[in-house]
Design a protein around this ligand. Structure first.
Ligand code: HEM
Length: 430
């Protein structure tokens, strides 16, 4: 059944997997190409600037988080200052990424929790996301089969749009089926989720509530089914774990806590890997010498992925709430202010990288910030890396002549300040 839906022509792909449309639908679309030159100028003046980056850059207003609204913002643009904030979770809190909830639930799960609660909850799910699991359980159970089927489908044509035919399909099926849902629920579930959040633009409150109900009912029904009959999936794994919080007896997660974990990994893993896979392919297809080097030595794919993450991380900004008055890089920052941590700008900081705007997978290996740092470092980073690695390897195995289609418009980076990716990636396969 997975096979059929995976390769079907569903109009929802175009609706959900167009980076520009996605940005327009959340109301944050900008001309992304104009940002980095201005960021370089600002960073040269100071590592941290008072104000919202959008305002400083003269971009249209957009409120990303309800809890950040109306507060004093500071924009952090160097690697060193971002690292200092990421590593001090007591002063710079993730609560800003939550949503008000009448029942007091943390609807964004671990993403909006601070230590020690964060540590307790993260430990219940983390074992399934370590590299051996990514290379073992995730790859062999799911990723390899999906990639193989998509390659087979593309093999029937001369041309493809790698964005819609390939990058869009791998992460959404990987994450949906890993959770335990059927592949045929993947697109509809993502559609319902995206239309249930407060960032969905132009969607009435009634529609949001209706979609939120679909998401919750789907997941709670799945959890109920796995209570009765566990399977080899993430929900069954979570049903078997124990939550350990300081001062409390270890206990199983409640169904709603499991649902929140599942919702978060679906949203965090569904869009990011899609866009980052496209960015990595875009980088290689527009840097032919590096693509040739990768073809000769597949071990270089890992370097290309890391350099793609440094060069253009798909999620270049994350926020923190300031929990106490603090001195930070020349500013007296009052409790209740918000930091906008520029991982994208940090990844192009000339104090850390020579020629920071160039995509060069041969540069010396240094940690970059695409997956964040410290307490909240991306839970899914190993899965994302394996997805992108398997996707590129399979393309090169089957289409060694892969190249951009000269008859199609050249691809370019697009999206919003807060999430970026590539337009269509039209290629010739033979
Ligand atoms: C290339 C793709 C990805 C990128 C660039 C990315 C980026 C990030 C970043 C920057 C954070 C830190 C947020 C913060 O500090 O506030 C994060 C957290 C997270 N990511 Fe990813 N991510 C990717 C893929 C994935 C995947 C595939 C999954 C799941 C399968 C995932 C699940 C999560 C979760 C659950 C968190 C919250 C972790 C926590 O708060 O402890 N991500 N991600």
């Amino acid at each position: 059944m997975l096979d059929d839906v995976l390769v079907a022509d569903d109009p929802l792909y175009e609706e959900l997997y167009d980076v520009r449309k996605e940005a327009e639908s959340v109301g944050n679309f900008i001309d992304v190409g104009t940002v980095m030159p201005r960021v370089h100028q600002l960073r040269a003046q100071a590592p941290v600037h008072k104000g919202k980056l959008r305002e400083i850059l003269g971009l249209p207003e957009h409120d990303r988080h309800v809890y950040a609204k109306g507060r004093q913002h500071y924009s952090v643009l160097t690697y060193e200052a971002c690292e200092a904030a990421f590593r001090d979770a007591a002063t710079f809190s993730n609560t800003v990424q939550g949503h008000p909830n009448p029942a007091g639930e943390r609807t964004m799960g671990i993403l909006e929790m601070d230590p020690p609660m964060h540590r307790g909850f993260r430990r219940t799910i983390q074992p399934k996301f370590l590299m051996p699991e990514a290379l073992g359980w995730w790859r062999t159970r799911t990723i390899d089969g999906i990639v193989e089927r998509l390659i087979e489908r593309m093999g029937k044509s001369e041309r493809a749009d790698l964005n819609l035919d390939y990058c869009a399909r791998i992460p959404v099926y990987t994450i949906t089926t890993a959770i335990g849902l059927n592949g045929d629920e993947a697109l509809r579930f993502r559609h319902a989720y995206l239309n249930s959040t407060s960032s969905s633009h132009n969607i009435s409150m009634d529609e949001r509530i209706r979609n939120a109900r679909i998401v919750e009912e789907t997941l709670l029904a799945l959890i109920g089914a796995r209570h009765a009959e566990p399977q080899d999936d993430l929900i069954s794994f979570l049903l078997g774990t124990k939550l350990m919080l300081p001062g409390e007896e270890p206990r199983p997660l409640t169904d709603r806590e499991i649902m929140t974990h599942a919702k978060l990994v679906m949203v965090a893993g569904g869009g990011t890997s899609w866009r980052q896979m496209g960015i990595t392919l875009f980088a290689l297809l527009t840097h032919r010498d590096q693509l040739e080097a990768v073809k000769q030595d597949r071990a270089l794919i890992d370097d290309a992925i890391e350099e793609g993450l440094r060069w253009n991380p798909t999620a270049p900004y994350f926020y923190r709430m300031v929990m106490k008055d603090t001195e930070f890089y020349g500013h007296h920052i009052a409790e209740g202010s918000v930091l906008e941590l520029g991982l994208g700008p940090a990844n192009r900081d000339p104090a850390r990288w020579d020629r920071p705007d160039a995509f060069d997978m041969r540069r010396p290996k240094l940690t970059n910030m695409a997956f964040g740092l410290g307490t909240h470092r991306c839970l899914g980073m190993n899965v994302a890396r394996v997805e992108i690695d398997r996707a590129i390897n399979a393309l090169l195995d089957h289409f060694p002549n892969l190249r951009l289609d000269p008859a199609a418009p050249a691809p370019f980076m697009t999206g919003g300040l807060e999430q970026q990716g590539v337009s269509a990636l039209r290629v010739l396969l033979r």
